[in-house]
Design a protein around this ligand. Structure first.
Ligand code: FA5
Ligand code: MG
Length: 460
């Protein structure tokens, strides 16, 4: 019953992921669709836009200072993904409605930060970049997919290994060696926030924290400048091609801004936003690493920064890719457009969408199993434990990438029975072909059956 409520069709005793077998338990909630994507590794596929994006970012963090790790397995322990990063026991990210568990102690990583502790423990000096597939149970729309790719970056300094023991001076010296840029940077934040983002007083002086923050911010500004300059240049090619003129390199400097953020494993923390095509876009999260991580890793004399960035989000901007499902396409009309770009970034051009195929909306309305707490069922015992993400999973399993988005359009509680009704609108549209009516009806029937069988709803 538990697995049915979690939106999993069959609960196997064990699953095999990238050649390794794992025993499941009642926490298991990974759909077969998601399991089948664990072997794709788009970030390592030559000339894939995710891989090209990774390469561009790597170019801003060169070896030997930075080492690259691109082959970490997506299966990690709950400890690595959450506890090792100081996530409190009741953090919402741990919920089975948000995270894919193989069993109580094993999951598909939700972020590349899951590998921070082990790299610190391995005595990483200098810095590193990790690129990997990450997994989150989420809604269905053009910018959300249950699997996406992140890149994690970190830089550490060892206070026992800097000249004269002057850590802040050593970090500022490294900052001076970084290139400059001409971006407009807004940074209205005070250096620390007493509650959310305090100075780690027991471990860092204000000068040390300021030095780490300055090095972090300049490094990431340089990265964003590299990416967005390339995006603008590619867009200029497209405009010129349309007008039959030769491309003019954009001269207007980029605008970015730092926004205070919160992560359990950094303090202070920020997000970096970029002004692009009329909007502020969040591109990454980052901060001064919590000293607990270095202490637990057995390297208490280290201090440093870390960031995490979503590769699809960046690739969508770089190549003007309109729908996140396209990244998983094996269609030559998609893949061929990026061929040869990884080894010659000057060949970067915006993606030219193939013809847009018609959409077909279908609604599904149903009563939830049980009643709302108000409507009898005895002291709220029959209360409905409904997670929209369970429905999203059923839809993905039934219709795969033929669903563009799913939205809740209506919801109410029956005043007498206390039963809760929901109506979702599913937009069927393939990126690759026109769906026939029969095909769409068949998929929708599968969705409806899945909702009844796996989530126990009653169709209205
Ligand atoms: C994290 O995952 C943190 N691990 C980032 C971090 C690392 C902070 C190191 C501090 C130090 P967040 O959930 O905000 O944070 O995701 C980071 C980035 O991943 C976002 O800025 C965004 O670029 C991308 N991202 C997040 N969710 C999605 C999604 N559903 N689809 C595509 N990209 C996403
Ligand atoms: Mg975020």
């Amino acid at each position: 019953a538990t697995s049915a409520r979690q939106g999993v069709a069959t609960s196997p005793k064990e699953v095999e992921i990238n050649g390794k077998k794992y025993a499941t338990d009642p926490w298991f909630n990974v759909s077969s669709t998601v399991l089948s994507l664990t072997s794709r590794k788009l970030h390592l596929q030559k000339d894939h836009p995710v891989a090209i994006t990774r390469k561009i970012i790597e170019s801003v963090f060169p070896p030997p200072t930075y080492k690259y790790y691109n082959e970490f397995d997506p299966v990690v322990s709950t400890y690595e993904n959450f506890d090792s990063l100081c996530f409190p026991p009741d953090h919402p990210g741990r919920a089975r409605s948000d995270t894919y568990y193989i069993n109580k102690d094993t999951l598909l990583r939700t972020h590349t930060s899951a590998h921070e502790a082990e790299l610190f423990r391995a005595g990483a000096s200098g810095g590193y970049l990790i690129s990997a597939d990450v997994y989150r149970r989420d809604e269905v729309d053009r910018s959300h997919y249950p699997v996406f790719h992140q890149m994690e970056g970190a830089r550490v300094w060892d206070r026992n290994k800097v000249p004269n023991g002057d850590l802040a001076a050593a970090i500022f010296q490294d900052l001076d060696r970084l290139p400059k840029h001409n971006m407009t940077v807004e940074d209205p934040n005070p250096p620390f926030h007493p509650d959310r983002n305090p100075l780690q007083v027991e471990h860092h002086t204000p000068e040390e924290a300021a030095a780490v923050a300055a090095h972090l911010k300049r490094s990431l500004e340089l990265m964003v400048n590299e990416i967005f300059s390339r995006a603008k240049a590619a867009a200029a090619f497209a405009t010129a091609a349309n007008n039959g003129t030769s491309p003019v390199e954009p001269t207007e400097p980029l605008r970015v801004r730092w926004v205070e953020a919160y992560f359990p494993f950094t303090s202070p923390s920020w997000e970096l936003e970029v002004f692009y095509q009329g909007d502020w876009l969040e591109v990454l999260g980052c901060g001064v690493s919590k000293q607990e991580l270095h202490i637990i890793a057995g390297v208490p004399s280290q201090i440093g920064w870390a960031f995490g960035i979503g590769l699809e989000r960046i690739a969508m901007l770089l190549f003007q890719i309109p729908d996140i499902r396209l990244f998983w396409s094996r269609d030559e009309r998609f893949l061929s457009q990026f061929r040869g770009v990884e080894d010659n970034l000057a060949r970067m051009r915006p993606f030219v969408p193939f013809s847009k195929h018609p959409a077909c909306y279908k609604d599904v309305s149903f009563w939830l199993k049980g009643t709302s707490a108000a409507g009898g069922g005895g002291s709220g015992k029959g209360a409905v434990d409904w997670h929209g993400n369970d429905l999203m999973e059923v839809v993905r399993d039934a219709a795969g990438d033929c669903v563009e988005d799913v939205r809740l359009v209506d919801e109410f509680v029956h005043p007498k029975t206390g039963r809760r009704s929901m109506c979702y609108r599913i937009n069927y549209r393939s990126l690759e072909r026109t769906l026939t009516n029969a095909e769409t009806n068949e998929m929708h029937d599968r969705v409806v059956r899945g909702l009844v069988e796996r989530l126990g709803v009653e169709i209205r």
